[in-house]
Design a protein around this ligand. Structure first.
Ligand SMILES: Nc1ncnc2c1ncn2[C@@H]1O[C@H](COP(=O)(O)OP(=O)(O)OP(=O)(O)O)[C@@H](O)[C@H]1O
Ligand SMILES: [Mg+2]
Length: 212
């Protein structure tokens, strides 16, 4: 049996990674593939701890500690979920991976965290086969986040999102090995148009059929 593939969706909050990850997973399933849908922070214990910090339920945690927790969660998720799935031939669709730490953790905290240290503590992270970067203007992302009507999280303010978007631009301009193939997606487009562009990229890269 063919080994599965790891496809990662990246972008600022509100870019649509969850929406598009779900669409992509459903389409891959229609093609007859087994799909494991996951995200970082993961639903595992370390991921839950990170979500508490992002919501502001746990305060006073240093940005370096948050970066280490993300790195730990990534390794835990790979060992417990991704590797077994890929081994049995399933495709894994994951919201966020190492590029998120290179973007968000680097702008977090006073002075931020150095990218080289982020790369070092993530040296055991799993390499993706494809990273889809959903890029859009910050104003559009914020409109979407606000229309969701949920409380805003740690990074969901214009100034921070702008810095995060700039960091993504830097990360994808000089990509490291763990990102795999990189595709930039115009995430400001309508939902169906974005989904269609993603399907086309995935179909071409992995030589998938149009329909089952
Ligand atoms: N192409 C689109 N056009 C308009 N609205 C969209 C589009 N994609 C997603 N949305 C809406 O924007 C909001 C944010 O989308 P989504 O939750 O998928 O983003 P996200 O990148 O996963 O955000 P977060 O990082 O905060 O989880 C949702 O309400 C979603 O329905
Ligand atoms: Mg999401």
């Amino acid at each position: 049996m063919d080994k599965g593939r790891l496809i990662v969706l990246e972008g600022t909050d509100g870019a649509g990674s969850t929406t598009q990850g779900d669409e992509l997973a459903a389409w891959l399933q229609e093609l007859g593939l087994e799909v494991v849908r996951t995200a970082q922070p993961s639903p595992l214990p370390t991921g839950q701890l990170i979500r508490q910090i992002l919501r502001g339920d746990l305060q006073g945690i240093d940005a370096a500690v948050v970066a280490l927790l993300f790195a730990a969660d990534r390794v835990d998720l790979a060992h417990r979920v991704m590797e077994p799935a890929l081994q049995r031939g399933a495709w894994v669709v994951c919201d966020r991976h190492i590029a998120s730490s290179l973007a968000f953790q680097v702008v977090d905290g006073q002075g931020g965290i150095e990218p080289a240290w982020i790369t070092a503590i993530n040296s055991r992270a799993m390499a993706a086969d494809l990273t889809l970067w959903l890029d859009l203007p910050v104003a559009t992302a914020l409109q979407r986040i606000e229309s969701r009507g949920k409380p805003l999280e740690r990074f969901e303010v214009a100034e921070t999102l702008q810095k995060v978007r700039q960091r993504y631009q830097e990360v994808f301009a000089a990509p490291g090995p763990l990102l795999g193939h990189i595709a930039v997606v115009d995430a400001a487009a309508a939902r169906d148009a974005v989904a269609c562009a993603i399907r086309q990229t995935v179909r071409e890269l992995f030589a998938l059929p149009e329909r089952r």
